[in-house]
Ligand binder design. Structure first.
Ligand code: NAP
Length: 295
């Protein structure tokens, strides 16, 4: 089969959100579809939150095979779907929609699973681990919920004080109860609490935007907070090697780049969309041909 030609049988996958023009998702999925020999194409549609329902209705009518959501559509899409996966339900946001054989739409969230798969690829098994997550926004929430579902021994979340601190504490308590996992919130600006939380963590994940942007010297943690043997992952993927990850390498910890989360949230979406086809052909999405595209 010609892996690049669009024909009358080519299935369509898409990303909805705004802005989407610079998204790396088309590069990831079109390269992966070509590598797998899957007759599919991936495009983006610039859609704001208020247009999400109309866009989903249009995609249903047109027989789309599956789609992704990014900001600001991840929450807005929920009321337009038929079902949610346990992770999407818990996180309260959807980044992947699968069109089932009967046409129903199931919402998934692969962001947290993407980070956990990136850690696993780097050698960090989550089960039984103590996790420290920096930040309590959308990416953090996906990681915290998935970590609870996947058997982390403990999850601590570091958030700066402010008007939303109490609400975040309630939220973390709810995720802890739902996943039966010990979780807690610590004050990101409290040096003693942070020193203790860092020392006890097997895995530290930055889910704040600190360090984003070329030549940005900022790190969410002082270098002395990182110890040898710890896994230190960043959700930030531009630059690939953030100041935090450079400190981790210096401390002989194990740095895990944010592109891993980005890549795996996409490949896990393909595992959902293409489950039957991949099983029939004994294939799995392969990160190797895609990682160089994200440099
Ligand atoms: P978000 O919802 O805005 O949450 C950001 C969190 O970081 C909030 O909890 C915020 O604190 C905290 N924060 C921001 N600046 C801070 C500072 N100077 N000191 C302490 N805490 C600070 O953003 P998000 O969507 O979760 O994204 C977070 C980062 O992850 C972004 O850089 C994004 O690009 C990246 N990301 C990567 C992937 C991937 O695939 N690799 C996927 C999603 C996101 P408050 O709660 O106090 O406001």
């Amino acid at each position: 089969m010609d892996k690049t030609r669009i024909t009358g049988t080519t299935r369509l996958y898409a990303l909805l959100g705004s802005p989407v023009a610079h998204s790396l998702s088309p590069a990831i999925h079109n390269a992966s579809f070509a590598h797998l020999g899957v007759d599919a194409a991936y495009v983006v549609f610039d859609v704001d939150a208020g247009q999400t329902g109309a866009a989903v209705a249009a995609l249903r009518t047109l027989g789309i095979a599956g789609f992704n959501l990014t900001m600001p559509c991840k929450k807005a899409v929920i009321e337009h779907l038929d079902r949610l996966s346990p992770a999407a339900e818990l996180i309260g946001a959807v980044n992947t929609v699968n069109v089932e054989a009967d046409g129903t739409l199931t919402g998934h969230n692969t962001d947290g699973a993407g980070m956990i798969r990136a850690l696993a690829e780097a050698g960090a098994a989550l089960e039984g681990c103590r996790l420290l997550v920096l930040g309590a926004g959308g990416a953090a929430r996906a990681i915290i919920a998935q970590a609870g579902l996947d058997g982390a021994a403990q999850v601590l979340v570091a958030k700066r004080p402010g008007a939303t601190f109490a609400q975040a504490a309630d939220d973390v308590a709810r995720l802890a109860a739902a996943t039966d996992t010990p979780m807690g919130l610590v004050d990101f600006t409290d040096p003693e609490a942070m020193a203790e939380a860092c020392a006890r963590a097997d895995i530290i994940i930055n889910a704040t935007p600190i360090g984003m942007g070329e030549n940005n010297p900022e790190s969410p943690l002082a270098p002395e907070r990182i110890r040898e043997g710890q896994f230190v992952a960043d959700a930030v993927y531009h630059p690939r090697r953030t100041a935090l990850l450079a400190s981790a390498a210096e401390a002989r910890a194990m740095p895990v780049e944010g592109v891993g989360m980005l890549l795996w949230q996409g490949l896990i979406a393909e595992e959902i969309w293409l489950a039957d086809e991949l099983a029939a052909r004994s294939l799995a999405p392969d990160p190797a041909p895609i990682l160089p595209l994200l440099a």
